[in-house]
Design a protein around this ligand. Structure first.
Ligand code: URA
Length: 285
């Protein structure tokens, strides 16, 4: 046997062995496929041409793609936050908002994600829960909070009679995240990523029009309240526009720090009381 024969070559593997090898790697914590040689996937052909300076010098008319061979200097400057505000404001329904986010190309996270994770649950729910960003399980499923943290989130809200699957808005939850695409290696979102996706979240809140918003963890608080420091913020009611907002510990934090479940339980009771006491628009109870 030469050294090449010692290697397990994919073409010699039966599908079952390949699947077992893949599952083993996932169990070991591998969540990215890395090749032997780096590939710059952002270096698209048009970009390469621009970098080579083959432009004809004519800037593209507004709203038109740049001419083939245009130089970097020919491109009109685009502010991703302004673009996001424009796209979000034009969405009049949740489906339109989802489409606007799917068509938003200024966030690099989109390129590394399998799915856009938009939302889950009942859009008529009184309570809207906003988390940080999808993890590996959510990226695969295309739904927020389906991994371990999501299972804990479901148990937490079930303890006060709320569930994402409930058809009755009184008992339902609607769940989304600040970012719809998974950051690589679950790193923290950057301030730029948060700023450019924030207009979509604000529009999302307007379209769902919940009675109460629950912010899970620091990133959601940074994005929507402009503040970090969840240990200080949690359990205190804030406002977003005129809507009451309750910051809570993120369930992923609670998995790492089970002693903090005591505070989380107090916050859930505060939410429960608020929902019971908050007047409904039609005055019914
Ligand atoms: N953590 C989040 O903040 N959101 C998810 O969807 C999953 C984990």
């Amino acid at each position: 046997m030469d050294s090449a024969d010692d290697q397990i070559l994919p073409e010699r593997m039966c599908p079952e062995a390949a699947l077992a090898a893949l599952e083993w790697q996932i169990d070991m914590g591998a969540d990215e496929a890395i090749g032997d040689h780096p590939v710059n996937r952002f270096d698209l052909p048009e970009t390469a041409q621009r970098a080579a300076g083959k432009g004809d010098g004519a800037p593209a008319p507004p709203g038109q793609p740049p001419a083939r061979g245009a130089t970097e200097a020919d491109l009109p400057a685009v502010d991703p936050v302004t673009e996001a505000e424009r796209a979000a404001a034009a969405a009049d329904t949740l489906e339109e908002l989802r489409a606007a986010m799917a068509g938003f190309d200024h966030c690099e996270l989109k390129k590394g994600a399998r799915n856009l994770v938009f939302a889950d649950g009942n859009p008529a729910a009184r309570v809207m829960v906003i988390g940080e960003a999808p993890g590996r399980d959510e990226d695969r499923a295309g739904r927020p909070f389906v991994g371990r943290a999501g299972q804990l989130l479901d148990r937490m809200f079930a303890a006060i009679g709320l569930a994402r699957g409930a058809p009755d808005p009184e008992q339902a939850l609607y769940i989304t995240n600040i970012l719809p695409w998974r950051p690589p290696q679950n790193r923290d979102p950057t301030s730029e990523e948060i700023a450019m996706m924030r207009p979509f979240v604000l529009r999302h809140v307007d379209l769902v029009a919940p009675d109460v918003i629950v912010l899970m963890g620091n990133i959601a608080c940074q994005a929507l309240l402009g503040q970090r420091g969840i240990t200080r913020l949690r359990g205190h009611w804030h406002e977003l526009g005129s809507r009451p907002v309750l910051p809570m510990f993120h369930p992923a934090y609670l998995l790492r720090n089970p002693a903090a479940k005591r505070e989380a339980w107090a916050d859930l009771l505060s939410l429960h009381t608020r929902l019971k006491n908050q007047e409904k628009p039609d005055g019914q109870d």
